[in-house]
Design a protein around this ligand. Structure first.
Ligand code: PHE
Length: 331
């Protein structure tokens, strides 16, 4: 019987163990046969044999139970090994989908202003004359309306030509202080290497109570800091300009990120790149929304222009042609 016990302890599979169990304790098993011997014994022999057989049987059963547990554990282990998922393994590259470079750029711009505690505002794409022009100090027949080639609907509504109407809507809905940006698409009837009929702008507006609370210096600081966040260590200059809704107005240039300011094809050999329009909010704009005794600044930028410079894309139209060979590079 010692040998049988050894066999039990050496089995490698549950099926094998079951075979041994049947061979010992099954109907025709060795031990079962020995128990049958009891019938032919006399009373004295019976007692000792029965005792012996019962201990044997207990021994066998104990070993079977132990080995069964061992084998079950082993089986579980090997199954876990075979079926486990290695989460540290690299997945094959996801070949579908990527963010559009213009949206990547927009995300980065928004990230800066959110970090500066600006809130995010939206406005409708179909605007009325009041919000897109009139309230922005652009009365009917004002020559500055020609700066923006407007798409009109028959009912006098229009596709907004800039994000500036969101300034008006925000001021109509809220009291100062205001500190907001408004990203979104804008539309102009124009199409060439640097113009598309739809593009994206980000508008910025800050208004505080008090006529002298916000100065041009505040505007200069935020835009310089913003451009350094976007493009690294660039020089920034403010060039006097005109917008009907700001006074004074300026256009903002940064030193050319391609030649470092020495002059190249991208900056038309000037060393400077024009990137923003801005100014102190004109009182006529405040009057249109019935704001009194306030001061503020506003700015606007073209997201595609930023993306062209940031990613070194020479033709604006590349952003709108849905050419996967181009867009896949931004994954
Ligand atoms: N709305 C102007 C444009 O589209 C940009 C701008 C916004 C300029 C705010 C000054 C202040 O050109």
């Amino acid at each position: 019987m010692k040998e049988q016990i050894k066999k039990i302890q050496q089995t490698n599979a549950l099926a094998e163990l079951e075979e041994i169990r049947i061979a010992l304790l099954g109907k025709k098993g060795i031990l079962t046969a020995r128990f049958a011997e009891l019938k032919t014994c006399n009373a004295e022999e019976k007692k000792t044999l029965a005792q012996e057989l019962n201990t044997l049987k207990q021994e066998v059963e104990k070993n079977l139970a132990i080995q069964k547990e061992v084998l079950e554990l082993k089986e579980l282990e090997s199954r876990l090994k075979a079926e486990k998922i290695d989460v540290s393994l690299f997945n094959t590259a996801n070949t579908k989908g990527a963010n559009h470079p213009v949206m990547l750029m927009l995300d980065r711009i928004v990230e800066y202003f959110l970090s500066m505690n600006f809130s995010l505002n939206m406005g409708p794409l179909v605007e009325d004359d009041f919000h897109n022009f009139e309230a922005l100090n652009l009365p009917k027949y004002h020559p500055a309306r020609d700066m923006q080639d407007t798409f009109y609907f028959n009912d006098g509504k229009l596709l907004r030509t800039h994000t500036s109407p969101v300034q008006i809507r925000t001021m109509q809905q809220q009291k100062p202080p205001i500190r907001m940006i408004a990203p979104g698409s804008v539309f102009r009837c124009d199409y060439d290497i640097t113009h598309t009929p739809m593009f994206h702008q980000v508008e910025g507006l800050v208004v505080e109570n008090g006529k002298d609370s916000i100065s041009f210096a505040n505007l200069k600081f935020i835009l310089e800091d913003f451009l350094k966040f976007m493009f690294g260590d660039v020089k920034v200059r403010f060039r006097s300009s005109f917008f009907p809704f700001t006074e004074p107005s300026a256009e903002v240039d940064m030193s050319c990120i391609f030649c470092g300011g020495s002059g190249c094809r991208v900056c038309s050999h000037t060393g400077w790149l024009e990137v923003l329009g801005c100014g102190s909010v004109d009182v006529n704009v405040f009057n249109a929304v019935r704001y009194e005794n306030v001061s503020g600044y506003a700015f606007g930028l073209g997201v595609e222009r930023f993306a062209m410079l940031y990613y070194g894309v020479p033709d604006l139209r590349a952003f709108f042609e849905s050419n996967l060979k181009v867009l896949e590079q931004f994954r």
